[in-house]
Design a protein around this ligand. Structure first.
Ligand code: DGJ
Length: 735
């Protein structure tokens, strides 16, 4: 049976999804022990793997008496605390009023209920009573009275399990949480690799695969955002796992701020994995009765390689994480003026671009940075969300009306979390930014982080933005965030609460976004943080798409979008056709190839349309039409990474397959051309072997088996970076 089962006799909890099984058990001294996570192995309890031996220098709890084989230092635990003789990385660290830090968690009770738990003010997967079940296991620390509720959301059909932890101080005294991980997972061995996605601004989510080694290894951000540098999505995998085969486990933190994913291989070659809010500059004081909830982690297991793992995450996010109605709806194909004009524009220039956009068949005009305050460069204006009348002389409502009269939708860029020193807001409220008393502030892009922990700051900013949006019927918002969080101190919080600033900042951002989407339920919302600096599952709860990277170079994007696709649906990646030579790399790539790469995402253009040649305009018209034909595959289809940009230096190719497998699209880029070329044969995936598919270009008919096993030759071309484009449909399907 799928779902949650508790065996009263053996005290084993079994959580079952379509292809995975998860087990834990209450054992001696009320210790909650982790037994197993992996393939469904049937009607079995995997407690037989635990063999207790007397381990030197691994201590024993007092109540174990003379039993020197019972030690928390080597037992696989479900959620461990510091200060009890488990010297590995632990999930929970507290400080009690008397300065001690031990926290010994023991099983107290549990509840199973239909539906999915939710977390106050935090993004999380949602689920109806038919879709999900919740298990709440309560652990407690006898001395302090701290209760720790482990929350498990089980989605049998989606094949995922979610975890989060709720702490509740039921004791008389204060408890300060110093570290509260969202989950812990103990594996009985170390024969695994870690796959993670590191990077930098304009080169995010580069895939790296590393063998686990003894000691602690980590992936983390202390920047107040999930960051360009590391992504809160990590895979643990068998050594032999590939795209198509082998075991692997994906862990995604549904949070957009500081995070830490730590992995320790211990003295017994066991592996412990924890994930949650970064303990750096984190503490949370719980007075009697207070509650703290951690962010959620979404976990999935695949026994069919990384491809299947990605499908699980893609489907789960599209159906039960992203709330926007646009998640599977056609999205307007947009023109964004950033790379076309940067800060230099006026109403006339904008209207000219909009006119061209309409002519080539685009749906929406997006006005990026520079429309407000004294925003003529990035040195000033943030915080003053009223129109810059030097540039937009007739005012925003009149400009928007003209754009809408052309038959286009209108979108607007905002950066609500920031303030420029050169702004009216800063002059009036210098205390509204994060700043450490007596210290000089650390600047970045000349801007400061507003103190989003303060309600009056959030209210003021959102009211200004709502006033603009109400004045001109905005269809789309791009919410940007262009610096890491620093000068971490809130003048509004007492000293002992400064450890809460990073987290309260994130809760404040989530609250602002919630207000935005609640007030404008039809709004299309795109997140952005200097491109993909906050590309995480937390943000997807609010917005169905995120600007994937400030790097619009089609060849660099092959790696960026490839890495992003492991954990995130293709429809969440904002991707635009930009000008060549590219502004970030100076590289030139054919116009058609730029469109092929950008159409593996939420498609748009970001260049000066007035400067397109007549041929390019014709091509753009065709590209937009083609995208509209394939968009449903981007939004609801299965995505296959047919090659890796890291191992294949000749071409990079990917494939979309509709859920009914009657339609498939193969796109990609030939990286280089050679004289007297080899013929490259490409094998497709995910089709029905005995179905007949027609190549929509040549009319040739192939069986699914032929396409998958014999493959198709990539057309030899001339010139570097030529596009690859195939579309096959089940024979006789109407096109
Ligand atoms: C960074 C974003 O990623 C860009 O697309 C653009 O909006 C700029 N900020 C504007 O300042």
């Amino acid at each position: 049976m799928k779902g949650i089962i508790y065996n009263e006799k053996t005290k084993v909890f079994t959580l079952r999804t379509r292809n995975s099984m998860y087990q834990m058990q209450v054992r001696q001294h009320d210790t909650l022990v982790h037994l197993y996570y992996g393939a469904d192995v049937g009607d079995m309890e995997i407690d037989y793997r635990i063999i207790s031996l007397d381990r030197g220098f691994s201590g024993n709890p007092y109540e174990a008496g003379n039993d020197r084989t019972f030690s928390l230092d080597v037992l696989p635990q479900e959620y461990s605390g510091y200060g009890n003789g488990d010297y590995r990385i632990n999930s929970l660290e507290v400080e009690h009023e008397d300065g001690s830090d031990a926290v010994h968690l023991r099983y107290k009770s549990h509840e199973i209920c239909k539906g999915k738990y939710s977390l106050k003010g935090l993004p999380a997967m949602f689920g109806t009573e038919e879709e999900a079940e919740t298990l709440k296991i309560t652990l407690y620390d006898r001395v302090s009275g701290l209760q720790v509720h482990l929350l498990y959301g089980v989605f049998p059909e989606l094949d995922v399990i979610t975890r989060a932890v709720r702490m509740e101080n039921q004791g008389e005294k204060q408890v300060t949480i110093q570290r509260a991980m969202s989950m812990e997972m103990d594996y009985p061995n170390m024969h695994m690799d870690m796959v993670h996605f590191y990077g930098r601004h304009a080169m995010e989510r580069i895939k790296e695969r590393l063998p686990l080694h003894h000691g602690v290894q980590s992936v983390e951000s202390k920047r107040g955002t999930s960051s360009h540098q590391h992504n809160p999505f990590v895979i643990l995998t068998d050594k032999t796992t590939t795209e198509k085969s082998g075991d692997c486990y994906g862990y995604a933190l549904v949070y957009s701020g500081n995070f830490r994913c730590e992995i320790e291989v211990d003295q017994m070659n066991q592996t412990r994995f924890v994930m949650g809010i970064h303990p750096y500059h984190f503490s949370y004081r719980l007075n009697k009765g207070d509650i703290f909830e951690t962010p959620e982690v979404i976990m999935a297991y695949s026994d069919r390689g990384f491809g299947r793992l990605s499908h699980i995450f893609h489907d789960a996010y599209r159906s039960n994480l992203i709330r926007s109605k646009y998640v599977t709806m056609p999205r307007p194909v947009l023109i964004n003026n950033w790379e076309a004009t940067y800060f230099e524009f006026n109403d006339e220039k904008l209207l000219n671009i909009a006119k061209e956009a309409k002519e080539i068949g685009l749906d929406m005009f997006v006005l990026d940075d520079g429309w407000f305050g004294k925003r003529d460069s990035d040195i000033s204006g943030l915080g003053d969300w009223t129109v810059n009348e030097n540039k937009i002389k007739e005012g925003l409502p009149a400009l928007v009306k003209k754009i809408k009269d052309m038959g286009l939708k209108f979108g607007l860029w905002i950066e609500p979390e920031m303030v420029s020193e050169d702004s009216e807001l800063y002059r009036r409220h210098p205390e509204w930014c994060l700043r450490i008393p007596q210290r000089n502030m650390n600047r970045s892009r000349f801007q400061l982080n507003l103190d989003i922990t303060r309600k009056e700051v959030r209210d003021y900013i959102m009211e200004q933005i709502f006033a603009v949006m109400d004045s001109c019927d905005v269809d789309y918002i791009k919410w940007d965030m262009n610096r890491s969080v620093d000068n971490v101190y809130s003048l509004a919080l007492p000293n002992e609460r400064q450890g809460e600033v990073f987290h309260r900042y994130m809760l404040g951002v989530y609250e602002m976004m919630e207000r935005l989407i609640t007030r404008y339920p039809d709004l299309l919302f795109e997140n952005c943080s200097g491109g993909g600096g906050r590309f995480d599952a937390g943000m997807l709860y609010y917005s169905p798409q995120i600007w994937c990277s400030d790097n619009t170079d089609a060849i660099d994007r092959l790696k960026i979008q490839y890495g992003t696709s492991f954990g995130y649906p293709i429809s969440t990646m904002g991707a635009h056709v930009s000008v060549c030579p590219n502004h970030q790399t100076g590289r030139s790539v054919p116009f058609e190839t730029r469109a092929v790469v950008a159409s593996a995402g939420t498609f748009g253009y970001e260049l000066d349309l007035e400067k397109l040649t007549p041929q390019e305009k014709e091509l753009a018209k065709k590209q937009i039409k083609e995208y509209k034909k394939m968009e449903h595959l981007v939004q609801t289809g299965d995505y296959y990474r047919l090659t890796s940009p890291y191992s294949n230096h000749d071409y990079v190719v990917w494939q979309f397959v509709s859920k009914d497998k009657r339609e498939t699209l193969v796109n990609g880029v030939m990286l280089r051309n050679e004289a007297n070329p080899h013929i490259h044969i490409l094998r497709l995936e995910g089709l029905i072997p005995d179905m007949h598919y027609q190549d929509m270009e040549s009319g040739n008919i192939y069986t699914g088996a032929a396409l998958m096993k014999a493959g198709v030759p990539l057309p030899p071309g001339s010139g570097d970076y030529q596009p690859v484009k195939f579309r096959f449909c089940a024979k006789n399907d109407e096109q």
